[in-house]
Design a protein around this ligand. Structure first.
Ligand code: PEP
Length: 248
């Protein structure tokens, strides 16, 4: 099995953040610049802030990403944003298939796979999210659900490209609940085996996401095959996010 060397800690701001919040980001960037770069750090603000964040953090260690994109490059899709537009704004990554998109916007694995293709077309690194619901975990179906989601959300054309997978149990997002470390390890192992079967040697990091906080980050990030974290709420405050980064 291939374990990636540098972990990726990515913050998902969701629909939070105004221009004034870039002060926090600058603080984060300054603090990280003064430290050895032991892991990759990314922030995914709302689309309205991407260009400003890119400009203000230019030359620093924080990579910037989008939170979603549409599969098409352009067209009559009011309110949507394409991978090319994210790239044009200076983004280098994009979160795809987040459970909030899958639930609130009814995105299917087929939709997610098409968006992954769009991300590659625009030279963005996709961070592809998968995860089971609480009912699926309780019924003992978590592994099979996540492996199926993963197989169907990853197009074959990913081979040879840089990408990451984020395992985010739906019930752990924003709830303060997390799986046990053994459950995280079991799921990450299953994801690694699935990736190896289709994209042998890619070394794609497998992030854990769902209520990662300063006080549980070190334990979670030390689990075998956990190649980083996707952090929601705790990425909004530079001090908390910094603690998580330092735990990697
Ligand atoms: C997320 O939404 O990707 C997430 C992990 O959120 P939180 O850290 O707030 O649970």
């Amino acid at each position: 099995m291939t374990t990636p060397v540098r972990k990726l800690i990515a913050g998902n701001w969701k629909m939070n953040g105004l221009g004034v919040d870039l002060l926090e980001t600058e603080r984060l960037s300054k603090a990280l610049t003064a430290e050895p770069a032991h892991c990759r750090v990314a922030l995914c603000p709302p689309a309205t802030l991407i260009e400003r964040m890119v400009r203000e953090l230019k030359g620093g260690p924080v990579e910037i990403g989008g939170q979603d994109c549409r599969a098409e490059a352009s067209g009559a899709f009011t309110g949507d944003i394409s991978a090319e537009m994210l790239r044009d704004a200076g983004a280098h990554l994009v979160i795809l298939g987040h459970s909030e998109r899958r639930t609130l916007h009814h995105e299917t694995d087929v939709d997610v796979a098409a968006k992954v293709g769009a991300a590659l077309r625009a030279a963005l690194e996709p961070v592809i999210c998968v995860g089971e619901t609480l009912a699926q975990r309780k019924s003992g179906d978590a592994l099979s659900v996540v492996v199926r989601q993963l197989r169907e959300s990853l197009p074959a054309l990913l081979a040879g490209h840089r990408f990451a997978v984020a395992y985010e149990p739906v019930w752990a997002i924003g709830s303060g609940l997390t799986p046990t470390l053994a459950e995280i390890e079991e799921m990450h192992r299953a994801i690694r085996e699935t990736l190896e079967a289709s994209f042998a040697g890619s070394g794609a990091p497998i992030l854990y996401g769902g209520s990662v906080k300063p006080d549980n980050a070190a334990q979670i990030l030390a689990v075998k095959e956990v190649g980083g974290a996707l952090v929601g709420g705790a990425s909004l405050k530079a001090a908390d996010f910094l603690e998580i980064i330092r735990a990697a």
